[in-house]
Design a protein around this ligand. Structure first.
Ligand code: NAD
Length: 311
């Protein structure tokens, strides 16, 4: 249904996602403020554009993969942004895959749905926006095995599904605008808390004389089993091929986890929900970054808070 795809934000994730769209045979045009990132694509023969507006002029769909809410806001509504003069759009669909706060996703969705569709080609009266953040890091982006959690119109979600499946292996429709962003920050909140819980319990076990590898075996066939214990264990030497066995290099950086926890904490404040564990978890990961471990995988909380070798 969609032929020409614009892609904005060619960083660690976006460059790989855009590359998978090219491999899937879509006509792709890209933009990034970083010239070096653009050059890699122009060298491959992919069309590069100087501004988001130029991308929009040439695309049926535009996907953004940017650092945070302010960057997305700027690319959508700033000077030379996707939305021309505040009300005109060539693309029928805008998809934002960045991890941002649900309030910004909802505000932008409303702005997009108030636009006039330039050169109308189907029965959509107005352009549509989906918030479609991803789970899975750089390796999943490279392999095309991301999970997309999607908020917005269901009709737009179904139309966009082939695009998601060119970059990922699964999609979950989460409901109205902003629900994809809400799902993403809640997923990462639960992941951050479970990593702390497993780390704290394994450290206490070690202090009580049980080896972390033995206690992990117990967890993994008992009720404490979770992703942090059986897939991404934080204790060096317990599992092969995870960041804890390579000095916490690679994986999901603590600074990205801290950013997602800031989004969860401000969302909790915005809705007035008491979330004591969220705020404590936010504090721990913020300290981890302030102590200089912002580029290490987030499972390094075990080493820095619980192993008795605090630096
Ligand atoms: P990144 O910093 O590597 O890439 C962001 C890119 O956006 C950069 O190339 C930057 O130059 C570009 N950019 C910034 N402002 C721009 C603008 N105004 N116009 C055009 N380009 C602009 O970040 P990333 O790791 O690719 O992450 C992108 C998003 O995905 C973030 O929201 C992040 O939280 C989320 N995410 C990341 C991971 C991960 O493991 N890295 C996993 C899941 C989700």
């Amino acid at each position: 249904q969609f032929e020409s795809i614009g892609f904005i934000g060619l960083g660690n994730m976006g460059s790989r996602m855009a590359n998978n769209l090219v491999k899937a045979g879509y006509k792709v045009a890209v933009h990034d403020i970083n010239e070096n990132s653009m050059k890699k694509f122009s060298d491959m023969g992919v069309d590069t554009k100087k501004t988001p507006f130029e991308v929009a002029e040439d695309s049926d769909v535009v996907i953004t993969m940017l650092p945070s809410s302010s960057h997305v806001d700027n690319v959508y509504t700033g000077p030379n942004g996707l939305i021309h003069g505040g009300n005109l759009l060539r693309p029928r669909l805008l998809i934002d895959s960045s991890t941002i706060d649900p309030q910004t996703s909802r505000k932008l969705s409303e702005t997009v749905s108030n636009c006039i569709l330039k050169g109308k080609k189907d029965n959509w009266e107005t352009p549509k926006m989906l918030d479609a953040p991803v789970s899975g890091g750089v390796l999943a982006a490279e392999a095309g095995t991301l999970t997309f959690m999607v908020g917005g119109s269901e009709e737009a979600y179904l139309a966009a599904k082939p695009l998601f499946l060119s970059m990922g292996k699964s999609t979950v429709y989460c409901g109205g605008a902003g629900n994809g962003s809400a799902a993403k920050i809640c997923n990462n909140l639960a992941m951050a808390i479970s990593m702390l819980g497993v780390s704290e319990a394994l450290a206490l076990g070690q202090s009580l004389g049980i080896a972390a590898s033995t206690l992990t075996k117990v967890f993994n066939c008992s009720s404490a089993r979770c992703w942090s214990s059986d897939t991404y264990n934080p204790v060096p030497g317990v599992m092969e091929g995870v960041p804890s066995t390579r000095n916490y290099d690679g994986g999901f950086a603590s600074k990205l986890m801290a950013k997602d926890l800031n989004l969860a904490a401000s969302a909790a404040k915005a809705v007035g929900l008491k979330c004591p564990v969220t705020f404590q978890t936010q504090k721990i990961y913020t300290e981890l970054c302030q102590d200089g471990h912002e580029n290490k995988d987030f499972s390094c909380v075990f080493r820095h808070y619980y192993s008795g070798k605090n630096e």
